[in-house]
Each structure stands twice: as C-alpha cells, then as structure tokens.
Write a protein that binds this ligand. Structure first.
Ligand SMILES: [Zn+2]
Length: 133
C-alpha cells in the first residue's frame, strides 16, 4: 500500500520507513504460530553455529553463495514470515481515524476516535504521559 484515501479527504501516504502514523498488528490468534515459525528458522542456525561445523551450517541454510550470506537468507525468511502474519494500521493525521487492514486482504476498515482528533496513538512518542504502573 502506498496511499490510502481517508473519509475526511486526507490522503495517508506510505512511501518511506519509520512513519509515526503506521503500525503493524499481530493478531493474538496467530501470535504463537508466528513465534513458532521464527523459532523454527532460528533453531537450525543456532545449533549449526554452536557445533562450529561449516557443513552443518550449509545443511541448515543451503549452499552459501557469494551474493547472499546465511544472515541475509535468515533475514529474508523472517521478513517473509513477518509480512505474512502482520496486518497494517494507519492513523489519519488529519482526523485521527484508525484504519486497520482486514486479515489477508487489501481492505481497510476505519474507527473514529472518541476525541475526534489526531492523537498520534501509533507514534513512539505520543505526547501523552505513560502510566506504566
Ligand atoms: Zn482522516
């Protein structure tokens, strides 16, 4: 997704990283499955690395090529799992509507904030004091 037209008329753009109005959503029903998949990818590499045996590492990660390192391949696999399991949420910076991606689709549904304004709820620093107690 690169652009999403909000009902207020604002266009939410997604063409760069580290957006303060975008977040990933991991549904609780797939959280354990996601972490099992990540663990399944990491385990052979950790075991091979612990063994110190290059043949074991090659067995776990296929043939090494001069272009892609085992670390790159692992990152690709985990990124792929992440993309497969995560949904996206956007917050309109004009009206504060939260747009949540429907599972396994390109469709988004919107939710209007009680305050009726942008609250930077998806930003790291929302400006609202945290109450961690
Ligand atoms: Zn809006």
């Amino acid at each position: 997704m690169s652009k999403l037209g909000c009902k207020c008329g604002h266009v939410i753009t997604d063409q760069t990283d580290s957006l303060p109005y975008k977040a990933s959503l991991l549904r609780d029903e797939v959280e354990n499955k996601f972490w099992d998949e990540v663990h399944r990818e990491l385990k052979p590499l950790v075991e091979a690395a612990e063994s110190g045996d290059k043949t074991s590492i090659a067995d776990a990660f296929g043939e090494f090529s001069p272009i892609f390192s085992a670390a790159d391949k692992l990152q690709d696999r985990i990124s792929s799992l992440y993309i497969q399991r995560m949904s996206t949420a956007y917050e309109c910076q004009n009206c504060g509507r939260l747009w949540v991606q429907k599972n396994n689709s390109e469709r988004f549904v919107s939710y209007v904030p009680e305050e009726g304004a942008y609250g930077a709820i998806l930003a790291v620093a929302s400006g609202v004091p945290e109450n961690l107690d």
